[in-house]
Write a protein that binds this ligand. Structure first.
Ligand code: Y12
Ligand code: CO
Length: 167
């Protein structure tokens, strides 16, 4: 089922997700629906907060990479650590359609997370995957990339968004 994606500045995007405690069919359905919604919207990442679910989980599929086909990744109760390096990346978000801005992130991070069955994993991620994980993890803390911009860039982008909404 395709879910409705909340659009910035919907106040529900500011909610902090609760840890997932039940690894049941309801969770599996939500993960499947989120993946379907992400693919239908041509996105590469989607967090539960963006579909109005106050839970700590997100899905990512970066699409084909280095002649390998795209792979759906599911992260539940992620915890980020060991940030290394800096990267400035032009980010977009399905909750802020039509707008992109350069955001400063860590180039490399470690993420510890659970899969849909509750098993724990650790992944060292870099470049685009590291950026995607940081972007999606921010959503779980109620942070949209707009809030990561310098105050000048943020004010300019907010004005552009307000203008687009009232058109
Ligand atoms: C790097 C940076 C940010 C992320 C987070 C995930 N972001 C997205 O999935 C962005 C999707 C997106 C899709 C758009 O729609 C189409 O391309 C058809 C789009 O364009 C418009 O809305 C006009 C903008 C963003 C991961 C990795
Ligand atoms: Co986003």
């Amino acid at each position: 089922m395709i879910l409705e994606i909340l659009k910035y500045p919907d106040p529900r995007l500011k909610e902090v997700g609760d840890p997932v405690t039940q690894f049941d069919t309801e969770l599996h359905q939500l993960l499947d629906d989120m993946a379907e919604t992400m693919y239908a919207s041509e996105g590469i990442g989607l967090a539960a907060t963006q579909v109005g679910k106050k839970l700590r989980l997100f899905v990512i599929d970066l699409g084909p990479q280095d002649s390998q086909p795209g792979k759906l990744l599911e992260f539940i109760n992620p915890v980020l650590s060991e940030p290394q390096g800096k990267i400035a990346f032009e980010e977009g978000c399905l909750s802020v359609p039509g707008f992109t801005e350069e955001v400063n992130r860590s180039e490399m991070i470690t993420v510890t997370y659970q899969d849909r069955f509750g098993n724990s994993h650790t992944l060292r991620a870099q470049d685009l995957l590291a950026v995607a994980i940081q972007h999606e993890n921010d959503h779980l803390d109620g942070i949209v990339f707009v809030e990561r911009l310098s105050s000048l860039k943020r004010r300019m982008l907010k004005k552009k968004i307000e203008k687009a909404v009232t058109l």
